[in-house]
Ligand binder design. Sequence first.
Ligand SMILES: C[S@@+](CC[C@H](N)C(=O)[O-])C[C@H]1O[C@@H](n2cnc3c(N)ncnc32)[C@H](O)[C@@H]1O
Length: 271
Amino acid sequence: MSEIIEVSSDWLALREAEDARARSRELARAAARRLRSGPIVIHDLGSGTGSMMRWLAPLLPGPQTWVLHDWNPSLVDCAANGAVPVDRRGRPVSVHTRSGELAQLDPDDLEGASLVTASAVLDVLTSDELGTVARACVTVGSPVLLTLSVTGKVRLDPPDPRDDAFAAAFNAHQERLVGGRRLMGPAGAALAQRLFLEAGWHVRAVTTLWRLGGHDPLLVEQWFDGWWDAALEERPDLEVEGAQYRATRSTQMRRSALAVTVAHTDLLAWP
Ligand SMILES: C[S@@+](CC[C@H](N)C(=O)[O-])C[C@H]1O[C@@H](n2cnc3c(N)ncnc32)[C@H](O)[C@@H]1O
């Protein structure tokens, strides 16, 4: 068993509305057009508490069964015990959960899949794990919708001469070694695209943006804190400069005078 990287359910809840706003509806509609008619089964990989299901279920026909896969059982339990979303015609979906590591994902784990999804997951996988996921998807042959993979590009407004050093340190931290696993960080989306193209699949990619700022002060503050902490963990030598930088940005956040754009890629792949 690998060392689990804990993601807090509070953080997933805080970001859920912005995730929902940012994900590409155009790709969701394109995925819906590729579904066979009749009951559908959606497997969501690295589901956390089910944010992807709550966003996508109402955009798809039904009846729907969702199978939520995550290595953290406490997160999928939240999804299983929470409010059940409805499909495009207002019918409640069925929800099943599976605890397990994506490193061991087998085509049989995607039984009956009409669609495979994942959101904000590729950056925390290794290249081998993503290879395993892509092979399982290709064997099963249903369309795959991979949303909100970070690209490493962020823009803070107003700009500050220290932004680039912190962004570079954060991106290096995203590619860190955890329990012997080298995470892909911002390279995840490009590798996924390549793996599906090499399998002879079609891929559509759309840039999707988180826009953080004064309308959700807690989200921008927590995003900045996490970004800054990770950058300093990677580059402890930035500590002194980092304290001044944080003070500047904190003042701006208190005045609702900081806007942040975080770029992602959404991918739809199909055979
Ligand atoms: C950033 S969260 C995204 C959660 C959810 N998809 C969402 O959009 O809210 C990444 C999720 O992937 C899960 N995860 C990360 N690495 C995993 C792995 N190797 N196997 C299974 N689940 C994993 C984490 O437990 C977490 O729930």
